[in-house]
Design a binder for this molecule. Structure first.
Ligand code: NAI
Ligand code: SOE
Length: 382
């Protein structure tokens, strides 16, 4: 990748830094950063070695030097920021959830198409090598006819009533939390791997900690686990800590997903198991370089990430030989490689090998159906 493409980043928090690092790894210049205010933008720019900082997001998207914008700010800002970036002629990579509502995502997808600009949503988990391999195995028919798609996404960073983050405030994070924040990744992932849409859902929610202690001073994502809260106010929590969701997929497959941000010891563990008429596969994001392959008529296998053992189309998204592990930061690198290669080839009618705004919209339709079902206590169509 050349350094001729220049990216601007909105939000230099936990994942903003991961975007910046990944962009640099593929040779895209990070030319500027916008933050909540000018002082913070300057501070982050100095910390991260970025030349320009902006007084506000608007200033960044009006900078003619910027070709693409990465939106890594809190959820409630995604829609407005993505829209402004598109209106100013910038390609956009936006963090998930793409917007707070599916209608907003549909609007962004349409706007990007109208403007002949490219939009991606950061469902980065698709880019673990063995996730790509899982998809290839399904496509090759190795699993046979798919019966069951099940799994979980479990975390523990919001287990204590002193754990706090903007995601707990519906105005900033959205009306749903665990489902929109991490359930959306799982739903995107299994539909990507299996090539099957979810058609209806039945969900049950629980908020185990209905009151939490909000610190007087804002805390960056995950840093609340390290620093004891000194001063706080008590806040009622309306979003779910936990959800169990029954799933019906097109073509007749059935499944179940458990999502939780309050499971002690599960730091950030996405697990899926897909069972077909021929074999099963299972994958755990905390052990991402191994895949379990289950067989009825022979010994089960453990497939290690290794380009020489991967399906041919998967090899180009694996950067290192077997035994040289790839992890979370590499998924962003691979996603951005696909995104920037697509922009560079200029024909935007071609198939996109990265999660698009349309995929962001699909994820939100699933999340919304889950919310409707939990409220009504009935099956809900997607
Ligand atoms: P964070 O709280 O660590 O960082 C957010 C940053 O945005 C902060 O630096 C904050 O000052 C800045 N910000 C606030 N207002 C802003 C404004 N008006 N303009 C520009 N920046 C502003 O949050 P985190 O965890 O980095 O999450 C950000 C987004 O990324 C969320 O949408 C989240 O869902 C997503 N995310 C995705 C991950 C993935 O694996 N794909 C991982 C973590 C977060
Ligand atoms: C917090 O739950 C979080 O950072 C999510 O926002 C990310 O999307 C996920 O990848 C890791 O956990």
């Amino acid at each position: 990748m050349t350094e001729t493409i220049k990216a601007g980043v909105s939000g230099g928090g936990f994942i903003g830094e991961a975007h910046i690092e990944a962009l640099r790894r593929i040779g895209v210049k990070v030319a500027g950063i916008a933050e909540a205010d000018a002082a913070l933008a300057r501070e982050k720019a100095d910390q991260l070695g970025i030349e320009k900082s902006y007084g506000c997001f608007e200033e960044m998207v009006h900078d003619s030097q910027i070709d693409s914008v990465h939106i890594t700010s809190p959820n409630y800002l995604h829609y407005e920021q993505a829209k402004q970036a598109l209106l100013c002629g910038k390609h956009v990579v936006c963090e998930k959830p793409l917007t707070l509502t599916s209608a907003q995502s549909a609007e962004l997808a349409e706007l990007a198409a109208q403007k002949n600009l490219v939009g991606a949503v950061s469902h980065n988990i698709r880019f673990y090598p063995l996730v790509q391999q899982a998809r290839a195995m399904v496509q090759e028919g190795q699993l046979g006819h798919i019966f069951i798609i099940q799994g979980s996404y479990l975390q523990d960073w919001l287990l204590l009533d002193t754990d706090w983050n903007w995601r707990l405030e519906p105005e900033l994070g959205g009306d749903m939390r665990a489902v929109a924040d991490i359930g959306s990744h799982w739903l995107d992932l299994v539909t990507f791997i299996c090539g099957k849409k979810v058609v209806e859902v039945f969900a049950d929610f629980k908020t185990f900690l209905p009151v939490r202690k909000k610190p007087a001073k804002a805390v960056e994502t995950y840093s609340g686990k390290l620093d004891a809260v000194q001063e706080y106010e008590k806040k009622e929590i309306k979003t779910e800590d936990y959800a169990s969701i029954l799933l019906h997929f097109e073509g007749g497959a059935k499944g179940v997903l458990t999502v939780s941000q309050v499971c002690a010891g599960r730091k950030n563990r996405l697990y899926f198991e897909i069972s077909g008429s021929e074999r099963s596969i299972g994958w755990d994001s905390q052990v991402p370089n191994e895949m379990w392959v289950g067989k009825r008529t022979g010994p089960n296998q453990c497939l290690l990430k290794d380009p020489s053992l991967a399906a041919e189309p998967v090899r180009s998204s694996i950067s290192f030989p077997g035994g040289h592990n790839e992890g979370f930061p590499d998924t962003f690198k691979q996603l951005f490689r696909q995104f920037y290669a697509y922009i560079a080839q200029k024909d935007f009618s071609k198939v996109r090998n990265f999660p698009t705004f349309e995929d962001g919209y699909q994820a939100l339709t699933m999340v919304e159906a889950v919310g409707r079902s939990a409220r009504k206590g009935t099956w809900s169509k997607v």
